[in-house]
Design a protein around this ligand. Structure first.
Ligand SMILES: Nc1ncnc2c1ncn2[C@@H]1O[C@H](COP(=O)(O)OP(=O)(O)O)[C@@H](O)[C@H]1O
Ligand SMILES: [Mg+2]
Length: 425
């Protein structure tokens, strides 16, 4: 149940041996996000992958590949039968994805094959930020006023109705691409164009949202739900105040430093999200802002958290979210007994501007900082890098730390990250 931060250690449970079984994975988010594949490999699973482009690094993890784009709803009628046929041929025992855009396809395939998953209607609502806000409102959950728009004129009217400042963002998106805070009609005109480019790049569509701005720090709630039972719930803080104009998330610390009362309120909201969307078998990740008027939902996902959140949760709580996602998909009850070990934090090192990453220095110096348990170089020099707000946040490196206190873990991460120097040309 909820992680209470008490320091006790316990031996790890053995990892289940799932040799001889096959897991269907939909979509691939890139080499730096290979944790799901590693979790499957550690359990002895074979992977059947559906991905449009030829497999590169994934090839070492996969036994077969269906080259298909499973991220487009417009082609659902063509995509779903092809994936079902592939899944049946490989006798898959489960389906999983960490790729937001593929969650609706994964839900549909799970439901048609009688495998563990989430209801297709929930997947559709969680993928579309407008439907998600509508569902939050129907469920009586604290959220934000949000109006779908297609043109600058509609955006101006929506902003006037809501009142400045407003958020403009893609209706479907990820990695904070195209999410901007406009404090005036002039800024809104500019930001509308940027948000639209981001939406078109991601989905080829024009729909944006104008939203009420939620102030305050942000937290994430990660949950494991297996067979309808909420087996694990933990809050991670993003303690840096993010007040725009764009919204990169650079630092995360777990467990939370919020007061027990606020943490309980946030956990209760997350429980209601899980129940309201009928998420019975999933690892979920919910984002909430702790505003001056109380906690308010940003969004929820029926997939494990991105970046290195699973790693710090594993370090601080002893729970493997990616392993849990794989096991839930394969209908195995995951180990969710917390083994609290203190605090853990990560910081992202991001490019200052778009271009070619030329130099990354200081990784070894960062590794030598007390409290650091890992420094990962996620993007190698020579690679093109993009930046917010038009593109999604790209992380060149991650610094991961642990400590006996929240502040100690955070300080180590800040010190170590400050030693990493990057140049983009
Ligand atoms: N209505 C809002 N009020 C305040 N901040 C917001 C709002 N919507 C989005 N944000 C900020 O932008 C970030 C990215 O927006 P989000 O809707 O989560 O899109 P993405 O799918 O790109 O993560 C959030 O984590 C939050 O910091
Ligand atoms: Mg988000």
């Amino acid at each position: 149940m909820a992680h209470n931060g008490s320091p006790f250690n316990r031996a790890e449970s053995p990892i289940p041996d799932l040799r001889g079984q096959t897991l269907l994975v939909l979509g691939s988010v890139g080499f730096s996000k290979r944790g799901l594949y590693e979790a499957a490999a550690r359990r002895g699973l074979q992977i059947a992958l559906v991905k449009q482009e030829p497999a590169t690094w994934e090839a070492g993890y996969c036994t077969s590949l269906l080259p298909l784009n499973c991220a487009s709803y417009d082609e659902f009628d063509r995509v779903i039968p092809a994936v079902l046929d592939f899944a049946r041929r490989h006798r898959v025992g489960g389906v999983v994805t960490t790729f937001d855009a593929a969650i609706p396809a994964a839900a549909e395939v799970a439901s048609r094959l009688g495998l563990a998953g989430i209801p297709p209607a929930a997947a559709a609502a969680l993928r579309d930020k407008s439907l998600m806000r509508r569902r939050f409102a129907e469920l009586g959950l604290p959220s934000a006023n949000s109006i779908p728009v297609r043109t600058p004129g509609e955006a101006a009217s929506a902003a006037a109705e809501i009142g400045y400042p407003v958020i403009v963002k893609p209706r479907m998106g990820t990695g904070s691409a195209g999410v901007l805070l406009a404090t005036s009609p002039d800024a809104l005109r500019d930001f509308f164009a940027t948000a639209q480019l981001a939406m078109q790049a991601a989905n080829g569509r024009d729909e944006l949202l104008i939203e009420e701005y939620l102030d305050g720090i942000e937290v994430c709630v990660d949950a494991v739900v297996a067979n309808g039972e909420l087996a694990f719930l933990n809050i991670t803080d993003n303690p840096e105040v993010m007040n725009g104009p764009s919204f990169g998330g650079y630092e995360y610390v777990t467990p939370t430093s919020l007061s027990p009362g606020t943490a309980a309120e946030i956990n209760a909201i997350n429980r209601r999200v899980i129940e309201g969307f009928e998420l019975a078998n999933t690892v979920s990740h919910t984002e909430i802002r702790v505003t001056s008027r109380g906690p308010r939902l940003i969004e929820a996902h029926a997939r494990p958290a991105g970046q290195r959140m699973p790693k710090i949760i594993q370090q601080a709580c002893g729970i493997d979210l990616l392993g849990a996602a794989v096991e839930i998909a394969m209908n195995v009850r995951p180990d969710t007994d917390p083994r609290a070990r203190g605090y853990a934090c990560y910081r992202c090192v991001c490019p200052e501007r778009a271009g070619i990453l030329r130099v990354v220095d200081g990784i070894d110096a960062a590794r030598a900082v007390p409290g650091v348990f890992d420094v990962e170089l996620a993007i190698r020099p020579g690679t093109p890098v993009k930046t917010l707000p038009r593109d999604h946040q790209e992380d060149i490196a991650y610094v991961l730390t642990e400590g006996p206190s929240y502040e100690a873990a955070r300080r180590s991460a800040q010190t170590a990250a400050s030693l990493i120097h990057t140049e983009v040309a």
